[in-house]
Design a protein around this ligand. Structure first.
Ligand SMILES: [Zn+2]
Length: 81
């Protein structure tokens, strides 16, 4: 029951057709398996919810690092030594 809240949400996942990390919409979920649909090409993927969760964590960490780097650069420009 508590697993249905992710339906319709978009998660980043590796698309076998695009061969890249693309946004995927969660179209369905059965037990621990999620059915994802690539919003770029429409290819469906089945993925374990734990794996999807790990993928998000990895992605968010990378995003945070990139954003952190940008913020540092902006600070350098705003306050030059
Ligand atoms: Zn795709």
């Amino acid at each position: 029951m508590g697993h249905q809240q992710d339906l319709g949400k978009t998660k980043i996942y590796s698309c076998p057709n695009c061969q890249a990390d693309t946004p995927h919409v969660i179209k369905g979920q059965k037990n621990e398996t999620c059915a994802l649909l690539c919003s770029n090409c429409g290819t469906g993927s089945l993925v374990h919810s734990d794996e999807l969760c790990l993928y998000q964590l990895h992605w968010e960490e990378e995003l945070r690092q990139i954003l952190g780097t940008l913020e540092q650069r902006l600070d350098d420009e705003r306050y030059p030594d």
